[in-house]
Design a protein around this ligand. Structure first.
Ligand code: R5P
Length: 289
């Protein structure tokens, strides 16, 4: 197998390759003056299984195009099978038609990747795992939640794991299996037209405890801020936020900290200031499987 780290995940791709002892095929990459992407494989992939590691966090659209171009280049150069390792899978939140007239974005994206030559996908904490079985190729999902919980266990074993909405209960359960301080969920409502979030209070007994909000994505921070407000009202002694994909759009990080969250911890599915946990061992293990 050859590992091709895309421009969005160069370090992660190289880490994965060294963990499984496989060669890296570098990609030369540039952006034309008009904004179009150019890629070129700088190595041989003929008759090889190829794993292209490319996250699709913002700027999602150009990173998806780069992934499609790399897959096409690999297929044209004789790759046997192309596994797209997409740690953060963009457009996965539009996994159904919420309002009449909308597209089913994740299926559209998957069809584009299949046409480009992708035979299989591996992703991390897909927004809803169920959608993966509807994609036009086999898709595997890895969870980074145990690794995130492990990161906290060293300092905050016994912390209470909170899911900010009922769709994330399984995430809080997973974290609780490591932290062993109990878990619960809040009830979130998002206005489909304005995007405004409201969260209902639940009566957990977390007075004096450390509470960690676990979610798959932190984007604008609205969900975490609303959840932190409730945990503060419930008199948690300390509040932390953890997620697989810390997109942290605009001033989300500052606003979350101002809302009383001590620390935000994310993974390197989205490289950045808070990506303190690596998913490289999980991806390496999945590729070896
Ligand atoms: C939504 O269902 C997701 O699981 C996250 O809760 C959401 O994407 C977070 O977005 P934001 O940070 O903008 O509230």
């Amino acid at each position: 197998m050859k590992i091709v780290p895309g421009p969005a995940s160069e370090k992660l791709g190289a880490d994965v390759a060294s963990r499984i002892g496989q060669d890296v095929v570098p990609v030369s990459f540039r952006v034309f003056p008009d904004g179009e992407s150019y890629v070129r494989l700088e190595g041989d992939v003929h008759d090889e299984d190829v794993a292209v590691v490319q996250t699709t966090s913002p700027p999602q659209d150009s990173r998806l195009i780069q992934l499609a171009l790399i897959a096409d280049a690999a297929k044209r150069n004789g790759a046997r099978k192309i596994i797209a390792v997409v740690p953060y899978l963009a457009y996965a939140r539009q996994d159904k038609i919420f309002l009449q007239g909308e597209p089913l974005s994740i299926e559209t994206i998957a069809r584009m990747l299949k046409t480009s030559g992708v035979d299989e996908i591996i992703t991390v904490n897909a927004h809803k795992e169920e959608i993966l079985s509807k994609l036009p190729f086999p898709a595997r999902n890895i969870s980074s939640i145990p690794s995130l919980a492990e990161h906290f266990r060293k300092t905050t074993e016994g912390a209470f794991a909170v899911a900010p909405d009922s769709g994330a209960i399984h995430i809080a359960e997973e974290a609780d299996r490591v932290l062993r301080g109990g878990h619960g969920y809040l009830e979130k409502h998002r206005d489909r037209y304005t995007g405004k979030i409201s969260i209902e209070k639940k009566e957990f007994s977390i007075r004096g405890m450390t509470a960690i909000i676990f979610d798959d994505i932190i984007s604008t921070g609205g969900t975490i801020i609303a959840a932190a407000k409730i945990l503060t009202e419930l008199r948690a002694a300390a509040i932390y936020a953890a997620c697989a994909h810390a997109l942290l759009i605009g001033d989300a990080e500052e606003r979350i900290i101002r809302a009383g969250v001590r620390e935000i911890v994310g993974t390197d599915t989205v490289p950045g200031r808070v990506s303190k946990v690596t998913v490289a061992p999980l991806i390496a293990e999945e590729l070896l499987r």
